[in-house]
Design a protein around this ligand. Structure first.
Ligand SMILES: [Zn+2]
Length: 112
């Protein structure tokens, strides 16, 4: 029974680590440009799947819960804070700079 409790302790630690990766990791990434609406700024982080499925899987079956958490942490992606589009690109890339310039001129910030 001693080894079983250590196994459970390790699993709890792994679950905490995965939850940290999914919900708190990689915050404050650099500015991104949204290709859909032209929004420039720090993107939202979105993950696929559902927290409730994750909790149920962890409570009922440890291993599927672990696999599901791993899949979710791998499915993390940036999403536009304004329109929710996943087509966000780095603001300092050539295409990003072009979109920033176009949206600036569209808003009348470019003096002729
Ligand atoms: Zn957008």
């Amino acid at each position: 029974m001693e080894s079983l409790s250590i196994f459970h302790f390790l699993l709890a630690g792994l679950a905490a680590y995965l939850l940290y990766q999914i919900y708190l990791g990689a915050k404050g990434s650099s500015d991104k440009v949204c290709k859909a609406c032209g929004f420039v700024g720090a993107p939202d982080t979105a993950v696929r799947g559902s927290l409730w499925i994750e909790i149920v899987l962890w409570l009922c079956f440890i291993i599927p819960g672990l696999v599901y958490s791993l899949w979710r942490s791998n499915s993390r992606h940036d999403a536009c804070r304004k329109c929710g589009s996943i087509e966000v690109i780095p603001a300092d890339s050539p295409i990003g700079r072009k979109i920033v310039a176009e949206s600036a001129s569209a808003h009348g910030q470019l003096r002729k």
